[in-house]
Design a protein around this ligand. Sequence first.
Ligand code: SAM
Length: 262
Amino acid sequence: MAKALFDRIARLYDYEVKDFVHDIPFYVEYAKECGGDVLELGCGTGRVLIPIANEGIKITGLDASERMLAIARKKVKSDKELRKNVTLVHGDMKSFKLNKKFSLIYVAFRSFQCLLTKKDQIACLECVFEHLVEGGCLIVDLFAPRHDLLAQSRVTLDLGSFYDMENGLHITRRSEVQYDLAKQTLHEDRVYEWKDGSGNACREFWSYDIAYLFRYESELLLEKCGFRIDNVYGDFDKSPYNYYSGEQIFVARKCQHRRIIQ
Ligand SMILES: C[S@@+](CC[C@H](N)C(=O)[O-])C[C@H]1O[C@@H](n2cnc3c(N)ncnc32)[C@H](O)[C@@H]1O
C-alpha cells in the first residue's frame, strides 16, 4: 500500500485531537448495546477504539496508515486487557476482507470523507455490508457542510495551537481551505509553525483532500448499499440534525436485501 495520507502527521495526531473527546461516550454506548464484536474503519491511533476495548468489548480497528496504527499498537501492547480485546489491521476501508462479521461497524471523525468518489464510498459500504451481521448497526460521522463557507470557496482558518509533549514545542496551526463545488471536495493546505530550541522559526506543510456530503445524498448512498436509516443526529448528544449542526451522524441498520434503490 502506498504511503498513507495520515503517515505524515501521525506523530502529532494525538496532541492535535487531545480535546476532541465528546464523541467517545456515544460510540461506547452503541458498542455496549450492540452485544457483539465491533469494527472501526479508519481507527487511527485508537482514540475511540481504546475506550470501547476498555469496556471489555472485542474490537477490530482497520486503518490505511501504518504510522497511525503503530501508535495504536503501542497503546494496546502496554495493557493486558487491551491486548485481549483489540485486533489491529492494516488495510483499506474500500477493499477489506476480514473473514468475520460484526454487530457494529462505525467510521468516526469523518474518516469516511477520505473516500473522494462515489465509487470508493460505495465500495466501502459494500464491504461494510458483507462484514455486518443481519440487522447489524453502521454509524458514519460526517461534518455538516456549512453553506456560508461553501459560498466563499476559499477560507483561511486559525486552528489554534497545541503542545507537542514529546519535543516540548508549542505548535500553531493555520490552514487555507478551498472548496471544489463541482467535485464536492475540500482541499486544505495546513501550516504547522513553531520555534526550535534556538528560537528559529520552523514550518511544516500538510495538504489533503476530503469529500463533503449532504444529508440526503448520504441517506440515498446508505440506502442504495442496503442500509435502513434509523437516525440522523446533529451532535453526539443525539440532538436531531438541523441547519446549525456541526455533524451529520448516520445510524443505520443492515437490511436483509442489498440495494433497495437500483
Ligand atoms: C481523521 S482520522 C480519524 C482517526 C480516528 N478514527 C479518530 O477518531 O481519531 C482519519 C483516519 O482514517 C484513516 N483512513 C483514511 N483513508 C482510509 C482508507 N481508505 N482506509 C482505511 N483508513 C483510512 C487515516 O489513516 C486516519 O487514521
